[in-house]
Design a protein around this ligand. Sequence first.
Ligand code: CP
Length: 317
Amino acid sequence: MKHLLSIEDLDRDGIETILERAASFAEVSRREIKKVPTLRGQTVVTLFYESSTRTSSSFELAAKRLSADVVSVKAGGSSVDKGESLKDTVETLSAYGPSAIVLRHPHAGSADMLTDWVDAAVINAGDGMHQHPSQTLLDLFTLRNSIGSLEGRSIWIIGDVLHSRVARSNIQGFQKMGASVTVAGPPTLIPRGIESTGCEVRYSLDGLESADVVYLLRLQNERMGENFVPSIREYARLFQVNGRRLGPRQLVMHPGPVNRGIEISSDVIDSDRSLIAEQVASGLVVRMAILYELLTGPESVRIDSAPEDPVQIGEPA
Ligand code: CP
């Protein structure tokens, strides 16, 4: 695998390989010295045209934990503000010879376009409403650690599915790993024809008790050009997941950022049924695994010699 553009790029074995690798990096992360020399001498560029806390910080830290040099560019405050195009921006940053470019951009297909312009491995850190593959991998890693196999499990994805790249990636990822997926939300926020992906569709939370995992999405007001719900209060009344709507064995996930009191209540966020903090922690080791697989695998674009097994190299870089 040279790039990570979509969860479709990975079959079940490919996903398992990354999750296994992430588990080995989780072991490294518990050591006193958490850094390994695997990507020493290589450069990773992160380029974010949209706001991010979790994805940007964890990719940056992941690259640093692997001893890569990291250049982090946010479009706001860069020469993008002066009108520089995406192509000119990545060609400029390519002058530093990066091994990988991590891109978040509001347009679907933008990461795909980059692959024609650069020699580096391209990692899609979210492209419009299309895909967010590293989120799916960290969610799968979190679930594997909490409930094991997803075979036969029921996962409900609730909320603004229409505007969600996480939903599109996760439907594919959860199904690839054997789970059945139900999407639920108001009809205005469920994409037409989504049944063709193999998921069930509900326009209410009736039947939620059958879910093993409840995966919540926020209303993406930044992508809404018109009113998709009558009011926030009405949306919360019908679709908010709170303590009264959950059974004791049901687990709750959310990609973040959460809007407390809208799609999810504070008591659920802060309860032991919530995997939200685990998802954030998984983001670091899964993104280390993604960089490792792309930059040291047989199709990688790396320029140095073969790396050692990361679990055997705990010494400081
Ligand atoms: N889940 C996620 O992509 O969060 P950020 O927007 O904070 O990166």
